[in-house]
Design a protein around this ligand. Structure first.
Ligand SMILES: *Cc1c(COP(=O)(O)O)cnc(C)c1O
Length: 347
């Protein structure tokens, strides 16, 4: 008898971020700011002191303390993962049981459903509809009707770049009653975070990443913030040495540079606003819908997304096409100008 893959694995294909060499990459929502030389030197000093022959700290205590300090929260409420993707995997497989109902919203970050599938969840999707925004009452009613065990969504949203207010999210947490996983990967670019009060709820897990505003996508660092019961459960469920020593050391150095990070945040927001302002007249002229962004990317609906996507690619600019929409990461001033110029030329 030949071995056959189980059903869960059979349809899966490896994640493909898209091959090819493009001078301008505005497709992955990374920061356009790489750590400058003085910061790279500080990181190098920290890396030189890493005991390579020893396992890393399973609690990533220094890293979590630096994160907690930057955001003004208690480190007892923080745990770290090998990127937010690992945290999501652990949540969808260990904080659910086979057959549990996982509610996600559409459109939203596509990996949620993938991990829910691996967790053998029953997947239910709340459709945001024409507005592309969550209606809190609609979502609460949906979760109740479907008897959700877990609700998982991003705020502000990837890919729409739209966000709910604090009060709207608070209501969703209270009134759905299920375990709510709130992915705040982009909240550094907005101002409606619940991170200060995350541990006050018994049913909230809040997520952050170093891949976006903090400009460290290559290190793979994600954070889990919740009350001590949930944080303890996460620490127990994760693999012991999930965050490697190099990433712990480098991430700790960068998270301690508050002024630098505040400056990065301002620069990325300025770039996002410039990109939006530059695209506005083009979208108005061509009748393309574009959403007011609350993240480090813009989301728009050209008349023909595929043609625009291919045209940009031909000009050496990679963006992300999602069905009839394009998601474009805010880049450096020069990258934004190249994108806008390419669109002007194409129309
Ligand atoms: C980028 C992103 C993540 C993944 O973050 P990593 O820490 O790089 O794994 C998670 N959620 C959302 C909404 C994202 O856009």
């Amino acid at each position: 008898m030949a071995y056959t893959l189980n059903e869960k694995l059979r349809g899966l294909v490896p994640y493909d971020p898209g091959a090819g060499d493009y001078p301008v990459r505005l497709d992955a929502n990374e920061s356009f700011i790489a750590p400058p030389a003085w910061l790279r030197e500080k990181i190098a000093v920290a890396l030189a002191a890493v005991p390579y022959n020893r396992y890393p700290d399973p609690k990533a205590a220094d890293l979590c303390a630096a994160f907690a300090d930057y955001y003004g929260i208690d480190p007892a409420h923080v745990a770290a993962g090998n990127g937010l993707d690992e945290v999501l995997f652990i949540l969808a497989t260990c904080f659910t049981q086979s057959g549990d109902t996982l509610v996600t919203v559409a459109p939203d970050f596509s990996m949620y459903r993938f991990y829910g599938h691996l967790g053998e969840c029953r997947l239910e999707t709340y459709d945001k509809g024409e507005s592309c925004a969550i209606d809190p009452d609609g979502l609460i009613a949906f979760c109740r009707e479907k008897k959700a065990d877990m609700l998982l969504f991003s705020n502000p949203c990837n890919p729409t770049s739209l966000g709910l207010t604090r009060d709207q999210v608070r209501r969703i947490i209270r009134e759905t009653g299920c375990l709510v996983v709130l992915d705040e990967a982009y909240m550094d670019f907005s101002d409606q975070s619940l991170i200060q009060e995350a541990a006050d709820y018994d049913n909230l897990i809040l997520l952050r990443t170093c891949s976006k505003m903090l400009g460290l996508a290559g290190l793979r660092l994600g954070f889990f913030v919740a009350n001590p019961v949930l944080t303890g459960a996460f620490r127990s469920a994760k693999s012991p040495y999930n965050v490697n020593a190099l990433s712990q050391a480098a991430g700790t150095v960068v998270l301690r540079e508050k002024d630098y990070l505040d400056d990065c945040r301002r620069r990325v927001i300025a770039s996002r606003d410039a990109l939006y302002t530059g695209l506005r007249p083009i979208c108005d002229r061509l009748g393309w819908r574009m959403f007011t962004p609350q993240t480090n990317f813009v989301f728009l609906k050209p008349a023909d997304a595929q043609t625009v996507y291919e045209g940009l690619k031909a000009a050496g600019i990679l963006v992300r096409r999602m069905g009839a929409f394009l998601r474009i990461t805010a880049g450096s001033e020069e990258e934004n100008q190249k994108l806008i110029a390419a669109l002007e030329e194409m129309r």
